[in-house]
Write a protein that binds this ligand. Structure first.
Ligand code: FES
Ligand code: FES
Length: 165
């Protein structure tokens, strides 16, 4: 099996490795980088538990090969908190009880982060549409939506001029 050397930016740091052509990005992230906050729920592009941001866009990391991320930027749940403080999305899931078992939560947060970056003030329908690719077997989604609404409000408070721009 041929091996490839890849280098990518992960949570702001340059990371590299030797990978087989068929290695999925999620396995590279979890097994070679030891960033196990990215979960594997299905391995078949169905659940969204493996969602990370690739150049700012949410992707299911069980759906692309690690070599395809070569030269790109990846953000995982481990990169979301800033300076030891919870990101407003993390705080929102905490405050609004947006999780039960927590298995879907990292993927939900990464998807929601991309959603709020492109739409700082989404309607409930837009939030539900935005997280449609992320499945939760526990919560019924109501609290997840409330968590994202909480985060959206906090982010708008923090960055009013950017939102208005
Ligand atoms: S593990 Fe990737 S979508 Fe389920
Ligand atoms: S909180 Fe359990 S799967 Fe979502």
């Amino acid at each position: 099996m041929s091996k490839h050397t890849i280098t990518l930016t992960v949570n702001g740091e340059s990371r590299g490795g030797e990978v087989e052509s068929r290695l999925l990005l999620v396995h590279f992230i979890r097994e070679q980088l030891s960033l196990t906050g990215t979960h594997i729920g299905c391995d078949t592009t169905s659940c969204g538990a493996c969602t990370v941001l690739l150049d700012g866009r949410p992707i299911k990391s069980c759906t692309i090969f690690a070599v395809q991320a070569d030269g790109h930027s990846v953000e995982t749940i481990e990169g979301v908190a800033q300076g030891g403080d919870l990101h407003p999305l993390q705080a929102g899931f905490w405050e609004q009880h947006g999780l039960q078992c927590g298995f879907c939560t990292p993927g939900m947060i990464m998807t929601a982060k991309a959603l709020l970056a492109s739409n700082p003030n989404p309607s409930e329908d837009e939030i539900r549409h935005g997280i449609a690719g992320n499945l939760c077997r526990c919560t019924g989604y109501v609290k997840i939506v409330e968590a994202i609404q909480y985060a959206a409000a906090k982010l708008r408070e923090q960055q009013p001029e950017e939102v208005a721009a």
